[in-house]
Design a protein around this ligand. Sequence first.
Ligand SMILES: Cc1ncc(COP(=O)(O)O)c(C=O)c1O
Length: 461
Amino acid sequence: MKTNRNHEGIGFTRRDFIKTGGAVVGSMAAGASLAQTKTEALAIAGGSPAVTFPKEQRAAIYKWPPYGADEKAALTAAIESDSTGIYKYNGDLEDKWKQYNGVPFCKSHMNGTSALTTMYFALTRELPPGTEIMVPSYTFFGAILPMRFFGFVPVFVDIDPKTATLSVEHASKVITPKCRAIMAMHSWGLPCEMDKINDFAKEHGLIVLEDCAHAHGASMQGKKVGNWSRLGIYSFQATKVLPGIEGGMGVYQQREDFERAAAFGHYEVCGKYIAGSPYAANALAPDSPYRKYQGTGLGMKLRMHPLAAVLIMAQLEKLEKQNATINGQVRKLNDRVCQLPGLSEPVCRKDQERVYYNSNILFLDQAKAGVSRAAVIKALAAEGVSVGAGNYPENHKYAVYSEPEWWHHAPTVPKTLAGCEEVNSKAMNVALFRRDCPELVEQYARAFEKVWAHRDALPKS
Ligand SMILES: Cc1ncc(COP(=O)(O)O)c(C=O)c1O
């Protein structure tokens, strides 16, 4: 998806908008009929684009990360503080993260991939090399590949094409006697069906893992993601719901997992507890069996950059409000456009509170709509809609999984996974509106309605 960024943070007011004439479109009745919109020529056919909202103001609405005066002030204060004490920010973030998510233990990391690597290391306390771990193929490589450092082997699970999250039904078909853990990934901020995953895991004696890299603040049945599993991770990379440019967090329900994970890449927490030291707050407990690894830890150095911790804490203050704003804009747009033939959104259960990572994913059923995805995207883009074809990695297609030399034993690589194929053939990534902007929502809805009104004239394949 083409992402417009404006680092000037240009804002806009309703008055600016009216001055631009955008309100003329904005004031048109919501849900105008397709017949009405058919009288307007498509922009690709020489008509006027439906989105008239000024480009630079649009860029301010799409802008991510949303850094401003608060973040600048927090960073300035941090770099002006005593440079040896600066690591205290990592401990502060861990405390806030535990409180916000209600998790008993957590450890900050350089990024999500290092938190995942650490998570797999933590599992070596009970899972021997050769253990298989069920993972969705539809994910980022960092969620799977690090397992090979510990002799673990992935079993690729498909996604449910209605949600783009792990399919328990498919998991039940591909589970093997060597499987001892299963990973859920909350794709694009939509929680997996964690109750079903946990039931499945219980039935088969699997440890549940959660990759929450897309889902900061999401919950199910009132319980935040990251708490539905024994070990989980978050990423704070620049595009994420809670951006720290780079950063990650491991969350752990059991003290043993936390201590093992912390000792792996954080030599500083194993050392002697020195009152007043910046590490004191997050040092391991005096009776921890991992305290003896003072001076070395267990071999890695995966500490988060403290300025990332500062940025993340500044953003955390606004996370709930930011998620509510984005959700509000998406609801207004999707409630309208998902009434168009062949257009739908991932199914979110009533007991799930989702968030939105990166884009508002819509599914296009080309047969029902009677138009190809490429044609719809081209026509919408000409109308001024920021949209692209969703094409997320299907890990089983990457070379590294088909070469036995990298693995304890060769993973079984499926030829194709129908759910992944379906989602990647029907997903359209529409830009998220990160600020309240009813006029732009209205213009986007009109653009969709206009394209749909003309879809008979557009290519079908
Ligand atoms: C699903 C998923 N898991 C893990 C990660 C790893 O996070 P990081 O980029 O912080 O290493 C990402 C990052 O894009 C991701 O999308």
